[in-house]
Design a protein around this ligand. Structure first.
Ligand SMILES: Cc1cc2nc3c(=O)[nH]c(=O)nc-3n(C[C@H](O)[C@H](O)[C@H](O)COP(=O)(O)OP(=O)(O)OC[C@H]3O[C@@H](n4cnc5c(N)ncnc54)[C@H](O)[C@@H]3O)c2cc1C
Length: 425
């Protein structure tokens, strides 16, 4: 490589890091992706696979807060906090509560709607280039409710989606069964969203995209970044655990749930949490489910993948190091069997992954406040696959000094302010 060709280092080889690498490479940069976990062991590989353009509502809000106590009392309910973790959660939790006011919820929903508006197009661009189109399944999505009361309770969220330009169709039981005949007696009513697709295997997407990038000259290195080295307010390189220094001129932090460990020392404070999620992939489910199905009242989803039916969900707040509790995966299977009585729940592969979550459910897509040429692309929570390609495009635009097509202020890293300062969130 020519001496004057400075390296742009992307930290993280999950789908967000790979998307950034793609768009930065297209811009003509010398890109190196550094990652500390095997490519097929990231959250990006085991998730539910959705390009979920309708999921624009932040998690925080009166509904979640009212239901949380009941969920927390159930040891295998959709939300759990591990004993001993409550105090650590506080900096994230009080901002989460603040994000849930009606005005904040509306603004955050609008921000996500704007971000995800081009999600599908941006995925398509990358899939066309990398010839991975065959992984995409455009079967739309079905939201299922057990009763009218459950659907009514979610009405404000659907109204908000409509206000943001999302199109959907209300269905009675016959309408639901017309799309998914395998759904049993619990499926009372629902909504159909056409603007939605899912991957047949998100792991194959990650591996395929990484292979494509390598074939185009993007470098990959295995190593754990300990810190970003800064001189005269610019990065000079990164230091790896073990001491090795990798020189670089530009850095993109796309390290998923671990990203704040790299941004906080630069004075870019982000109260990032991991929302741990679980699933089981059934190789022989014994039923046919075609679209992406969300069981709205029971907080789990079902995706038809090429290797079987994936059933997952749950939010566990327990930090990055606690061992997985796969009873949560089993509980989701038990629930799924209630909806789909013919489901064969024998066998299956269990999985747990870390959703990198900000308290306001909006990712950080931003330059550093303090260090020139350092950029952040993390915190996508439940929507990291959905927002990945758009994030990569926006980061490349920011780095090229181009005005991005959307207002990026809701995604600015400075919105959290200092840990002890009461900022906007
Ligand atoms: C059960 C479940 C279902 C989900 N379903 C969906 C869905 O249907 N649709 C959707 O859009 N999203 C979904 N998500 C969310 C999505 O999986 C995540 O938001 C997304 O994978 C995050 O991608 P990422 O690239 O930011 O992080 P990750 O995939 O976690 O990758 C992080 C990368 O950073 C590297 N890294 C971390 N620290 C360092 C360091 N110090 N040095 C070097 N490398 C480092 C790791 O090695 C890894 O390569 C789901 C998540 C879960 C848990």
């Amino acid at each position: 490589m020519a001496k004057e060709d400075p390296i742009t280092l992307v930290i993280g080889a999950g789908i967000v890091g790979l998307a950034c690498a793609y768009y930065l490479h297209v811009q003509g940069r010398s890109v190196c992706v550094i990652h500390d976990a095997p490519l097929d062991e990231t959250a990006s590989c085991g998730n539910a696979g959705a390009i979920a353009m309708a999921e624009i509502i932040p998690l925080a809000g009166p509904g979640t807060l009212l239901k949380a106590p009941k969920w927390l009392l159930d040891p295998t309910g959709p939300l759990s906090i591990r004993a001993g973790y409550t105090l650590k959660l506080w900096p994230w939790f009080w901002r989460f509560v603040k994000a849930g006011t009606p005005a904040n919820r509306r603004a955050l929903t609008q921000a996500m709607a704007t971000l995800l508006k081009t999600a599908f197009e941006d995925h398509q661009t990358v899939l066309d280039a990398s010839k991975l189109n065959h992984l995409l399944n455009k079967q739309g999505s079905l939201f299922v409710y057990r009763n009218e009361r459950g659907r009514r309770a979610d009405r404000a969220s659907w109204d908000l989606r409509r206000d943001c330009g999302l199109e959907f169709k209300a269905l009675d039981r016959a309408g639901v069964l017309a799309y998914e005949p395998a759904l049993g007696p619990l499926a009372h009513c629902g909504y159909r969203v056409e603007d939605w697709a899912h991957y047949r295997d998100p792991g194959e997407l990650v591996l395929g995209l990484a292979a494509y990038l390598k074939s185009q000259g993007v470098m990959f290195e295995v190593g754990q970044v300990k810190q970003i080295l800064v001189e005269n307010n610019k990065p000079t390189g990164v230091q790896l655990v073990g001491g090795k220094i990798n020189p670089c001129a530009h850095v993109v932090v796309a390290a998923g749930a671990w990203s704040a460990e790299l941004s906080n020392p630069l004075g870019d404070y982000v109260p990032l949490e991991t929302e741990r999620g679980y699933n089981t992939t059934l190789e022989n489910p014994g039923v046919e489910v075609k679209s992406f199905v969300t069981y709205a009242q029971d907080q789990f989803v079902m995706t038809a993948m090429q290797m079987g039916l994936r059933i997952g969900g749950a939010v566990e707040l327990a930090g990055l190091d606690a061992p997985p509790n796969y009873n949560r995966s089993k509980e989701l299977l038990r629930l799924a069997k209630k909806y789909v009585p013919d489901l064969n729940t024998d066998g299956g592969t269990v999985w747990m992954g870390h959703r990198p979550s900000t308290p306001d459910s909006v990712p950080v897509i931003s330059p550093s406040q303090n260090v020139k040429n350092v950029y952040y692309a993390f915190g996508h929570g439940h929507l990291g696959l959905t927002g990945s390609m758009t994030t990569g495009r926006l980061i490349a635009d920011l780095m090229a000094g181009k005005t991005p097509g959307i207002d990026l202020s809701p995604f600015y890293v400075g919105r959290f302010a200092h840990p002890y300062h009461i900022g906007r969130f």
